[in-house]
Each structure stands twice: as structure tokens, then as C-alpha cells.
Design a protein around this ligand. Sequence first.
Ligand code: NAP
Length: 299
Amino acid sequence: MEQRQLGKGGPMVSVLGFGAWPIGGGMGAVDEATAIATVRAAIDHGITLIDTAQAYRTSEAIIGKALKDGYRARCFLATKVSRDYSREGIRAAIENSLRALQVENVDLYQIHGWNPQYPIEESMETMEQLRQEGKTRFIGVSNFNVEQMQQALKTAWFHSLQPRYNMFDRQIEAEILPFCAQTGIGVLSHSPLAKGLLTGRYTPDHKFPEDDERSRNPRFQGEAFANYLAKAERLKKEIAEPRGLSLVQLAIGWQLRHPAITCVLVGAKNPQQVQEHIGAVGWTLTAEELRRIEEILHE
Ligand SMILES: NC(=O)c1ccc[n+]([C@@H]2O[C@H](COP(=O)([O-])OP(=O)(O)OC[C@H]3O[C@@H](n4cnc5c(N)ncnc54)[C@H](OP(=O)(O)O)[C@@H]3O)[C@@H](O)[C@H]2O)c1
């Protein structure tokens, strides 16, 4: 699997990352044996980066089980502190995460989001101390804008940003991606399949179960849902299929055209989905295909 460097002076990571939110049950229940098999399938296919978080329900505990039998040594393990970014909150969170993951340290520890309630100086200072203590090898942030990254950088260097990015969510292209490229911050993109809008799996009448976050997301209801699915269908028929790709593979591979993207974090619920993701790597889109994609997305 192709690898890219995660930020200036950072480690090499696979361009596909395993997003571990769905195996925690956030997008509908996944049984534990299947969840463990899914994490292991990802690593067996050459995906090295595993991304989870304090807030991903049972995800960290499942990963802890999946990483036994030598799997821990084969992956770059990333998690996040999710709610309380005070010194005490971050310290308590990493201890809980290490316990759930059954590891001595993680490779990347990230601040899940910006929260003005907690001074960023204190949060970043604590993150840097955890790095120096060896609890994490690298630190990162998630869902920060340029100004917030600039503020965080005044206290400590971090190697990565984790923003939302997919064909339907391109806000980061204007300022955030150029800033990261210029500054040497690696980018782990999240929600690359727009949580299922870019898979070709759903029809507008689909109803998501209550335990699936999509049941409460307006994008997955009514006219908005139908419009997204119509665009996705065109991308599939007009771009993906003529290339012998699935829509899922097109949506993931399209991200890798951008040199600022280090790794695309894709969620999966079973080993078959992971297998399909692997086909998103190893090809490039032509200028004409990229132009057609823009046309479909903007029509
Ligand atoms: N930092 C943040 O704030 C933040 C926010 C969101 C996500 N993330 C990270 O980014 C990762 C990826 O985002 P995500 O998991 O939320 O959404 P996603 O990757 O856009 O979509 C994942 C969902 O798409 C469907 N899918 C995946 N592969 C498929 C395939 N081959 N064929 C058909 N359907 C397929 C699955 O759901 P169904 O089969 O049920 O449709 C899966 O749960 C997360 O797991 C997490 O690590 C971070």
C-alpha cells in the first residue's frame, strides 16, 4: 500500500486509514466478532493507520481486542480526547484510552474539536507533556480552522489535522488544505464517503434505524437525501463504472489527487467493505475525468 509522510518530519503512514467509528456502533450495531475481523482485515490488507476516539462508544475496547496476536506492532494507532480539554480532562482521557486499547502508548493523540471553554495553551501544553512522557509519539488536532491551528501552534507543534472532506464537503479546499501544505501539517480526512451518501447503497426511501446517527441527520431525509443520491448515481454511472471502479473506490481515490491529503480515513463495518476500499489506491484520474466530476458536483 502506498504511504505518505504525516507532516513535516513525521512518520510514513498508509494512504488509506481505518476509521473506527462504525465498529463502535455509531452507525448501527456491529457484532463484536465482525468488528474485530474488520480491524484485522484492514491491517492484513496493508492499512497501517487506525483512527478511534474516546467518544466512539465501544470502539477503543474492540480495537484493544483486535490488536492482540501481534497486530499492535503492525499499525499506527491514533485516538482522540473528545470532550474535556482541560489538563485534568486530557490526562484522565488518555489513561482511559490506554486501558481500553490495552496498550502502553498510542502513536497519535488528537484533540477532537475546538472548544473555547478550555484555553488552547493549557490543552496543547498538556498534549506536549504527554508526548514527552512517551504516552503518545505524535500529537494532532481535529476539526480546527486556520486561526485555531495558528493559535495551537504558538504552544506546541502538532503533526496532523483531521478535517471532514469528501465530494460533498469541500470547505477545507480554500484555506485549510493550503495552510496545512505550507506549514507541513499532515491531513487525515474524515467522512470520505459522506457517511454512506457516496456508496450507491441507498435509495431515497431508506429509513435508518434509531441507533444509527444517520436517522437524525437531515442529509439522509427527504429531498436533500434524494438530491445527494442522484448526484452519487451520476458519479457512479458516468465516471466510476467506465473506469471499472465502484463509487466507493472513486470517492476515496479522488481525495488522493490532492497532495495535501496524507491519509483518507474510511469507516467500515465488515471485511468485505475493507476489501473494496483497497481498490481505491493505485490509479489516478485523468484531467478530463476530474473536470467531469466538477461538472456533476456543481450542476
Ligand atoms: N474527527 C471527527 O470529528 C470525525 C468525524 C467523523 C468521522 N471521523 C473519522 O473518520 C472515519 C470515517 O468516517 P465515518 O466512518 O464516519 O464515515 P464514512 O467513512 O464516510 O462512511 C462509513 C460508512 O460507509 C459505509 N461503507 C463503507 N464502506 C462501504 C462499502 N465498501 N460499500 C458500501 N458501504 C460502505 C458503511 O456504512 P453502511 O454499510 O451502514 O452504509 C460505513 O459505516 C471515522 O470512522 C472516524 O475514524 C472523525
